[in-house]
Design a protein around this ligand. Structure first.
Ligand code: B12
Ligand SMILES: *[C@@H]1O[C@H](CO)[C@@H](O)[C@H](O)[C@H]1NC(C)=O
Ligand SMILES: *[C@@H]1O[C@H](CO)[C@@H](O)[C@H](O)[C@H]1NC(C)=O
Ligand SMILES: *[C@@H]1O[C@H](CO)[C@@H](O)[C@H](O)[C@H]1NC(C)=O
Ligand SMILES: *[C@@H]1O[C@H](CO)[C@@H](O)[C@H](O)[C@H]1NC(C)=O
Ligand SMILES: *[C@@H]1O[C@H](CO)[C@@H](O)[C@H](O)[C@H]1NC(C)=O
Ligand SMILES: *[C@@H]1O[C@H](CO)[C@@H](O)[C@H](O)[C@H]1NC(C)=O
Ligand SMILES: *[C@@H]1O[C@H](CO)[C@@H](O)[C@H](O)[C@H]1NC(C)=O
Length: 434
């Protein structure tokens, strides 16, 4: 008799012990995996100018279990090779991504000797970021997105870092969460993942000071989750299409910090699926950042499984070449305006380029016509060419300066290598502070 009373009670108890997983039903169902095909083939077929760019892709494909053993090996070697290059040396976040990718699916003890050397290296790079903040008005060498990646990798792979320092630098409201006073959802999401990892790793041995820091970290996470939800758009995106994947991950790991009615996960997922079919994720890095969330995975799953799953048979990897990233350039020419804006000084010109050209082509054409007025340099990054320097004036993180590309007065939502210009466009690069 007593048992029949206890059973439902036990069930209730068990139920309440299971962490609330609102998004269990939010990942893409097996029947709909074909919708992910464009993402996988973009990643598998991508050519990398720099090996480190493979880190994002390797991490993502491993979390999804989409690689054959030989593909996994090839990508891993590429990433490891990149970590050994010293010229130029990797940024802290690049190294952190490499550690996450190489260590993924290996389990908490599976980290190899090489990887543990990389973790020591990352500890130093993270210290250098903090030192730079102390010396340059709170500005890190890179940015908070990368500092979050650093903490995440150190936390998952037993690196050393000060919990108190983390609680101190990741305070909500810190200027590094914002660009032009606008909350960066990508940055906030990565910080939530990092802080959640730190919180989950607390042990009994932690002393009083650490415990207080953890309380603050919980508080910070709550505020960041709120800020992310505040950036939810009418159509279900969190921030914009390129921040949504990482924001979904952040919301997956913090279900206790918001109510069910604050986020319609299915709506977000379906919007993303629609955007995939429209070709929004043709850039391998974009594809890599959205895929884990669609599989119901997060970067915190990186060392949860003891081994990688190879070549999931529920999915057929398409090896055909993806649609070309750059659209066909037609023989007809179009005219656009182009200017370099430095404070109140505007230097403009009219440039003629083949129809279908991108912003970068316009910059190159202008430079060809007058190298004194329109010289520039761009560095290849995981999102394509990043404009670093125009007319000898160089972007600098210590004073939060950069070159901002604009079209008809509006900042581009993609890079100079991706934005296709139209006849009559009023294009500009403006010396700005974020
Ligand atoms: C930090 C950051 C910036 C900083 C970079 C300087 C700094 N302090 O580090 C600032 C604010 C200056 C910036 C500027 C821009 N950014 Co930005 N940025 C980011 C962010 C949050 C993190 C990048 C990072 O460190 N990644 C981790 C490291 C390990 O990877 P990495 O490849 O080595 O990182 C470098 C490049 O990503 C580069 N970078 C940063 N932004 C962009 C954008 C483009 C198009 C390119 C080619 C490179 C690039 O700077 C990083 C540090 O050197 C990402 C978010 C994300 N989801 O990735 C957005 C993101 C990459 N940026 C984006 C955009 C659109 C821009 C701008 C074009 C906006 C504008 N119109 O001004 C400009 C590009 C300026 C230029 N000169 O070419 C988009 C790209 C979308 C797309 N499909 O191309 C993202 C994904 C944000 C988003 N959700 O929309 N950015
Ligand atoms: C698959 O996707 C379609 C359209 O996006 C949706 O209507 C359907 O419910 C999905 N199927 C499952 C099993 O989730
Ligand atoms: C708590 O631990 C940190 C390092 O983890 C140490 O720096 C600090 O001095 C300790 N505080 C106390 C009160 O023991
Ligand atoms: C938690 O954060 C709120 C603001 O979001 C603040 O008012 C409160 O004092 C914080 N609590 C602790 C313990 O730090
Ligand atoms: C994968 O391909 C095989 C044969 O090529 C086919 O039988 C199977 O149904 C495919 N699976 C999916 C999920 O498309
Ligand atoms: C440059 O800007 C000035 C002032 O806006 C304008 O009069 C001139 O026509 C522009 N020159 C070119 C080449 O576009
Ligand atoms: C440029 O190409 C687009 C389609 O790619 C076409 O609609 C447009 O008319 C072309 N413009 C010129 C000036 O040729
Ligand atoms: C480039 O522009 C500068 C400044 O307007 C001018 O003095 C120079 O002659 C131009 N050079 C060419 C090759 O047109």
């Amino acid at each position: 008799m007593r048992q029949s009373h206890q059973l439902p009670l036990m069930g209730l108890l068990l139920f309440s012990l299971i962490p609330r997983q609102q998004c269990e039903i939010c990942e893409v169902s097996k029947e709909n995996y074909t919708a992910l095909n464009p993402l996988i083939s973009t990643m598998i077929n991508s050519k990398y100018n720099k090996g480190i760019q493979a880190a994002n892709v390797l991490l993502s494909l491993r979390l999804g279990g989409f690689l054959s053993q030989s593909q996994d090996q090839q990508l891993t070697e590429k990433v490891l090779l990149a970590t050994r290059s010293t010229e130029p040396s990797l940024t802290s976040g690049q190294l952190a991504l490499a550690i996450l990718a190489v260590g993924a699916c290996k389990g908490p003890d599976g980290i190899s000797k090489t990887s543990s050397e990389l973790v020591r290296d990352l500890e130093n790079k993270f210290q250098t970021e903090i030192k730079n903040m102390e010396e340059h008005d709170g500005n890190p060498l890179t940015n908070y997105y990368q500092l979050s990646l650093d903490v995440l990798a150190l936390c998952l792979f037993r690196g050393k870092y000060s919990i108190r320092k983390v609680a101190e630098i990741f305070k909500p409201g810190n200027k590094n969460y914002y660009f032009h006073e606008q909350f960066s959802v990508d940055t906030g999401a990565m910080a939530v993942l990092a802080l959640t990892c730190v919180k989950e790793k607390i042990t009994r041995r932690q002393n009083q000071t650490d415990r207080k820091a953890i309380k603050n970290i919980v508080n910070h996470t709550k505020s960041l989750v709120n800020e992310i939800l505040f950036q939810k758009t009418e159509n279900g995106l969190l921030g914009n299409i390129y921040s949504t994947g990482e924001a979904m991950q952040a919301l997956f790991v913090s279900p206790t910090y918001y109510n069910e009615n604050q986020w319609d996960c299915q709506k977000t997922r379906d919007r993303v699926l629609a955007e995939i079919s429209q070709g929004a994720f043709r850039m391998p890095t974009a594809a890599a950042q959205i895929l884990p969330a669609l599989m119901g995975k997060t970067y915190l799953d990186v060392n949860k499984d003891s081994s990688c799953v190879y070549g999931s048979d529920s999915f057929n990897i398409s090896t055909q070449e993806p649609v070309s990233v750059t659209p066909a350039v037609s023989p007809s020419e179009i005219e656009v305006y182009y200017s370099v804006v430095i404070n109140n000084q505007i230097d403009n010109t009219t440039v003629s380029v083949p129809n279908g050209s991108v912003f970068l082509d316009v910059m190159e054409q202008a430079e060809k016509e007058n190298a004194t007025r329109f010289s520039f340099t761009a560095e290849e990054s995981s999102w394509g060419p990043y404009i670093t320097c125009v007319r000898g004036i160089k972007a600098n993180t210590n004073d939060r300066t950069y070159w901002e590309p604009l079209s008809n007065g509006k900042p581009l939502s993609q890079g100079a290598g991706g934005y296709v210009v139209h006849a009559g466009d009023d294009l500009a690069v403006r010396w700005s502070t974020y």
